[in-house]
Design a protein around this ligand. Structure first.
Ligand SMILES: *Cc1c(COP(=O)(O)O)cnc(C)c1O
Length: 428
């Protein structure tokens, strides 16, 4: 009898991450995942960026236990609750107001990232009365049909089964290399009444493309994009579902860039605890929803309100945490650059920003083999990118320097082994 019989017999073929990490996990703490047999892995996947504060953070766990012990509301549709009040107050005071976003209001949608993207797109179309939306090459925005239309990934798009329309795909920053100004290209298309590109309701963009392979947009490119939005009267939607909540070294990925998105989507690490939770932040003037016009049974997960408020209070009331993320991001990047210099200065390079960094390999097979080898030696790490060629670090932001060191040593050995095999197979 296979160890995985229950899964292989009774769960759909759709399962995916478990194929890369074929063990049964049953415990997790901080930056570590523990299998049923008691084997420990350092977690460089962290729920694809959902566990920025680690597994079972003691402060968040205690807040949740206390709330449940006290028979706090678990489900309340979108009714007023203590938990929601606390979250809204904390978010406004600690995050939004100090960042000049005090006039953005929160829309609670269904609990997943793609729910937030659907709500954002629908609102942009409703407010502007236009249907077209610009999204970018290698962008990832979710797998429900509206969000999927904006997503580039062929594997996901191929499963749609219907036409996906009302999106104009444009080249992301540096898509054609450093010397091509993609904003000027888009501007020309939008300025030409016969270009065939209908003036869009909005632009949806990731500041760092998580699933797309850690492509980054510079502050200058983002400012130009915002200007372009103003010029053509389009709304700027920043999808900060993966790059937000501290991942790049600040709460939002666009902080310090001098832009103010009209709409922001957040999910993944928003609850701080791995609980399903998503939200759209929108400028008050755009709040043209009729009550209940876009609804859903699970709008605002009260347990997530509790842990999200606790996370914001615990990590974001001073700049200490953000500084530690920046320092650890630098450390990881330096260690990755060392791996590149050692094992493939001509074929490897480091990509990304903050603690959202990775090593670009010549192809997906190589990157996959490296992740497999790392897993055999105690590191859970995955690939991303248009060819799955980027070995991507998304470790919890609370990881210790000692754990980073250990993980990087495992990664270094995996690169050494796989790159040597690759050279040998190329030679034979
Ligand atoms: C993960 C992700 C989504 C989709 O979130 P789901 O919870 O998987 O629906 C959307 N946008 C970005 C940038 C993401 O990383």
């Amino acid at each position: 009898m296979s160890t995985f019989e229950q899964f292989e017999q009774h769960e759909s073929n759709i399962r995916s991450y478990c194929r890369s990490f074929p063990v049964v996990f049953n415990q997790a703490r901080g930056a570590e995942l523990i299998s049923r047999e008691g084997k420990v892995w350092i977690d460089f996947l962290a729920g694809a960026g959902t566990l920025n504060y680690g597994h079972n953070h003691p402060v968040l766990k205690q807040a949740l236990i206390d709330y449940i012990q006290n028979d706090g509301i678990t489900h309340g549709l979108d009714m007023y609750t203590d938990a929601k009040e606390k979250f809204l107050e904390t978010l406004h005071r600690v995050i939004l107001k100090p960042r000049g976003l005090g006039e953005h209001v929160a829309q609670f949608c269904g609990p997943t990232g793609t729910n937030a993207v659907e709500a954002a797109l629908k609102l942009a179309r409703k407010v502007t009365g236009r249907s077209n939306v610009i999204s970018f090459t290698n962008g990832f925005h979710g797998c429900s049909l509206g969000a999927l239309a904006a997503t580039g990934n062929q594997h996901h798009r191929g499963a749609a089964g219907v036409a996906m329309a009302e999106i104009s795909r444009m080249p992301y920053a540096n898509y054609y290399g450093d010397n091509v100004n993609t904003i000027a290209m888009i501007d020309k298309l939008l300025s030409d009444p016969s270009s065939g590109v209908d003036i869009p309701a909005a632009v949806i963009v990731e500041v760092v493309q998580g699933e797309g392979g850690l492509n980054t947009a510079s502050a200058e490119w983002m400012r130009k994009l915002e200007k372009l939005c103003r010029k053509h009267d389009m709304l700027l939607i920043v999808d900060d579902i993966q790059a937000g909540c501290g991942r790049t070294g600040s709460f939002f990925s666009f902080e310090g860039m001098g832009i103010k998105p009209d709409i922001i989507t957040l999910s993944k690490s928003l609850s701080g605890y791995g609980l399903p939770f998503a939200m759209v932040l929108l400028r008050r003037e755009l709040d043209q929803w009729e009550p209940g016009e876009h609804n859903g049974t699970f709008r605002g997960n009260n347990h997530a309100f509790i842990t999200a408020a606790a996370a914001i209070e615990h990590f974001w009331t001073s700049d200490e945490f953000a500084k530690s993320v920046q320092a650890k991001g630098k450390l990881i990047k330096e260690r990755m650059q060392k791996i590149v210099r050692k094992h493939g200065p001509d074929s490897l390079f480091v990509k990304g920003r903050g603690m959202m960094v990775g090593i670009n390999c010549p192809n997906g097979e190589l990157a996959g083999a490296i992740c497999k080898e790392a897993f055999a030696n105690g590191l859970v790490i995955e690939t991303s990118g248009n060819h799955s060629q980027v070995v991507k670090c998304l470790c919890p932001l609370i990881i210790s320097e000692e754990q980073i060191d250990k993980a990087m040593t495992i990664l270094d050995a995996a690169f050494a082994k796989v790159m040597a095999q690759d050279v040998n197979s190329a030679a034979s």
